[in-house]
Structure formats: structure tokens, C-alpha cells
Design a protein around this ligand. Structure first.
Ligand code: KE4
Length: 442
């Protein structure tokens, strides 16, 4: 007997009306492109509030949330300890533009969990973190080229917008207008999981490459884990050529365990970027690494980077409240077990429905790709049937399950999800896949 929630109980009349007004003053009605649901169709959501694993739209529909604000809400929405910390700090002042002890407290929590980050600089978005890390790498090495991987996404700074994942992949934007050709030419793209291609690009550009930047687990082309030896090989090639390794952990930082995923993968970056989870749902990101490298950054060194609200006490309190909860014994194991049950269950449902698909999953991250072939890089991911993904997304949303509104994103399980949520999701998937498998064309 299906335990899926009945189709959304309320027509989204009020949401539609709000979105129509939003479109008049917000570009596309959104403040970040992927929220427009362009690649999955249907009407974008207007969310009024969140609580735990649920979101509530403007029409009062309850949605089981597997987007989790793109991974930031590992503790679920309106986490009491985080909400209380924010409320308390709001009464004490939200930003002073001068150092507070709270910045030291959050920095200490992070550097204790990730000891190879000796010094850290807080910023307000993942983009600022990666942009600053690349500037530091260029400044410290006095080299201009960077290497990134097709389908990886490191935010929207100019140097990252070629062959990028996430929203650019979602909208099919391979090269972004507005980025000077001379700058774009300094970004060298190679396929993920392809060390030969990395070797080749270093041979071609010898001692001109400042850094390689990589998502240690790619999650912006959908989830694509690193193949055995890829990251260690990458670290070795970069080191051999005098280039720095920047590991972008904006998603993976504190996602798979209480610290850096690099610890689990046997690598140690020269610079690491963090975001999302370390802010507990408010704008906090960071870049950090060895002190001798970070000391190139102003005011100690000439590599300039600054920010009005960087390290503001309100955000620091939220981040501290979040990270303090992630030390709870068994927390990650429980979350991973739930995610595993979801993935195994989805695989079984896809097989029952006779629908060829791959599910790439690691920890509490996963992506369903509608393709019979393994997905080990961006070219593979783009072969997926994105129309079928869109159909699945809409069918699941109609059943109250909110998955990533793009093939090229990840689904996240949070601490707030329960075993009953997984049952409900699998029941909804069963019904949704029955509908899709009866489609002649997705
Ligand atoms: P922000 O500037 O969006 O805070 O972070 C940029 C960023 C950097 N590095 C990685 C690995 C990231 O995943 C991101 C941002 N992630 C996307 C979703 N995959 C943000 C969602 C959006 O753009 O709306």
C-alpha cells in the first residue's frame, strides 16, 4: 500500500500570484537562476517557511526537502540552537566592522576539525572564497593560468564560468558573456577523473599554472565521486609542477564527517574553501591553508581581499551553533544510513520500472542520472535524459517531495530526515516511476 503523500493538497494559486509579481522586479523572479526551475518545468516554488526536513510553500503545502538550501541545511530548517543563537546575537548587534571573539571561536572550531588549515579568512559566499583562493594562488606563485574540471562549479567569479556545472550546466551556458576572452583563456578545463588530461595540460603550459581547483567529490554536474587515485594523482602532478592544489569543499566541508572530506580521501590541499554548512544557513564561507601561504593575504601580504560583512557576529554565532551540533556521536553514520536506504530503494524502484538509470551517491549526497551508462565525468552526465529527470522531478514534487530542480545538482539528506521520510519518498518514487515508464517519451 502506497504511503506516499496524496498529490499536493492545494493548488499553488498564491505562489503563482507572488511569482508573477516577483518576475516584474527580480530577474526571472529569482535571485539565483536554478530557482527558476527552467530545466525541470512547472512553476517555481515560493516558500514561506521551513522546519526540520520540511518546507512550506505560500499555499500551505508541506514539502519534504532534499535540496536543503543546496546542502547548507545539514541540521534541517529552523534548527532551534541556531535560531536561538541568531536571535540572541541580533539583540547584541549584527555587524561591527571590527573583529569579535566570535570569529576566533568559529575559526578555532574549523581549524581544530581540519588541522591542515592553519590560517583561515572568512568571507560571505562560496564564490568569494574560491575567487580569493585563486587570487592568492596567482599572487603567491606569480603565475596566471588555473586548471579546473569540466562540470565542476566554484561559484560565479569570472575565472570559473567556462564549462562549469550547477546553474550554467542547468541552462546550457558553456561560455559566459561578459568574461573578457583574455581572462577566460587563462582557465584551462579538463575532464574530471582524467589524470592524463591533467598531465597534458601541464606539459603544454609548463610553469605557467598557478593552481588546480577541484571539487573533491563533484556535486555540480550531479554527484560524480573521484575515481581511485584521481585526487592523489592530481596532488602529485600539481606539486611536481610547482602549482598549488585548491580543494573546493563548499559542499563537502563537514558534509560527510565532522571536518574535511580530504581526510577521508587521503589528500591535503594547499588551500581549502568552505561554505554552506559552516554558516548554519546564513552567509559564511572561508578559505584557508598553511600559514606561510595565507600570510600573503592583506594586511600581512600584498594579495588584497576584503569584505564589509566578513565574519560578522550574527553569521559567526550561526556557524558556531551549527558546528557544535555536528560533533554529536553517530550523527553522520545515521544520516548516511538513511541516505543509503534511499539510494538502494530508488535503484530497486528504477529496476522494477524497467527504467535505465545510474545513481551516483556518497555519504548523504546522491543524484539519479537517466542513462544506461556509468557517469564518471561531465560528458557522461550530459548524456543523461534530462527530460526524463524533469518528469521525475515534477511527479515527485506533486507528491510533496522536493528534489533538486536540475539534473546537474545533488540531493541531500539532512540530520532532520527520518526513516519514515525515506519510506514516503520511495513510495512516491514508485508511483512517479510507474507514470514515467508508461510515457512513450519522457
Ligand atoms: P556560493 O557563491 O553560491 O555561496 O557558492 C559557490 C559554490 C562554490 N563551490 C561549490 C562546490 C559550490 O557548490 C558552490 C555553490 N553551489 C550551488 C549549488 N550546487 C549554489 C546554488 C545556486 O547557485 O543557487
Amino acid at each position: 500500500m502506497s504511503t506516499a503523500q496524496p498529490l499536493l493538497k492545494r493548488e499553488r494559486k498564491r505562489s503563482r500570484e507572488i511569482f508573477e509579481r516577483a518576475e516584474k522586479v527580480l530577474v526571472g523572479g529569482v535571485n539565483s537562476p536554478v530557482r527558476a526551475f527552467r530545466s525541470v518545468g512547472g512553476e517555481p516554488l515560493i516558500i514561506e517557511r521551513g522546519s526540520g526536513q520540511h518546507l512550506y510553500d505560500a499555499d500551505g503545502n508541506e514539502l519534504l526537502d532534499f535540496v536543503c538550501s543546496w546542502g547548507a541545511m545539514i541540521l534541517g530548517h529552523a534548527n532551534p540552537a541556531i535560531s536561538e543563537a541568531i536571535a540572541d546575537q541580533a539583540r547584541r548587534g549584527t555587524s561591527f566592522g571590527v573583529t569579535t571573539e566570535l570569529e576566533l571561536e568559529l575559526a578555532t572550531l574549523i581549524t581544530r576539525a581540519i588541522p591542515f588549515i592553519e590560517k583561515i579568512r572568512f568571507v560571505s559566499s562560496g564564490t568569494e572564497a574560491t575567487m580569493s583562493a585563486v587570487r592568492l594562488a596567482r599572487g603567491a606563485t606569480k603565475r596566471d593560468f588555473i586548471v579546473k574540471f569540466e562540470g565542476c562549479y566554484h561559484g560565479h567569479a569570472d575565472s570559473f564560468l567556462s564549462q562549469a556545472g550547477s546553474g550554467l550546466a542547468t541552462l546550457g551556458i558553456a561560455e559566459c558573456p561578459g568574461v573578457p576572452a583574455a581572462l577566460a583563456a587563462l582557465t584551462l578545463n579538463v575532464p574530471y577523473n582524467d589524470l592524463n588530461a591533467v598531465e597534458r595540460v601541464f606539459l603544454q603550459h609548463k610553469d605557467k599554472i598557478a593552481a588546480v581547483i577541484v571539487e573533491p567529490i563533484a556535486a555540480n554536474m550531479g554527484v560524480v565521486p573521484p575515481e581511485t587515485g584521481f585526487l592523489k594523482g592530481l596532488q602529485a602532478i600539481a606539486k611536481k609542477n610547482g602549482a598549488l592544489l585548491i580543494v573546493d569543499e563548499v559542499i563537502t566541508g563537514f558534509r560527510l564527517h565532522n571536518g574535511s572530506v580530504q581526510e577521508l580521501l587521503g589528500i591535503e590541499a594547499d588551500l581549502t574553501t568552505l561554505g554552506k554548512i559552516i554558516g548554519g544557513g546564513v552567509p559564511v564561507a572561508a578559505y584557508g591553508g598553511r600559514a606561510e601561504l595565507m600570510n600573503h593575504v592583506a594586511p600581512l601580504g600584498p594579495v588584497y581581499q576584503a569584505g564589509t560583512l566578513a565574519g560578522n557576529p550574527l553569521a559567526m554565532r550561526a556557524g558556531i551553533a551549527a558546528l557544535k551540533q555536528l560533533t554529536k556521536p553517530g550523527l553522520y553514520e545515521e544520516m548516511t544510513q538513511l541516505a543509503r536506504r534511499l539510494v538502494f530503494g530508488l535503484r530497486a524502484e528504477l529496476a522494477d520500472a524497467g527504467i535505465p538509470a545510474q545513481i551516483n551517491a556518497i555519504g548523504s549526497l546522491s543524484t539519479v542520472f537517466y542513462t544506461p551508462e556509468p557517469v564518471r565525468n561531465y560528458t557522461d552526465a550530459k548524456r543523461s535524459d534530462t527530460k526524463r529527470y524533469a518528469r521525475f522531478f515534477r511527479e515527485m514534487l506533486d507528491r510533496g517531495i522536493f528534489l533538486a530542480p536540475s539534473q546537474f545538482e545533488a540531493a541531500f539528506v539532512s540530520v532532520a530526515h527520518t526513516s519514515q521520510d525515506i519510506d514516503r519518498t520511495l513510495a512516491a518514487a514508485h508511483e512517479s516511476l510507474q507514470v514515467i515508464s508508461s510515457d512513450s517519451a519522457a
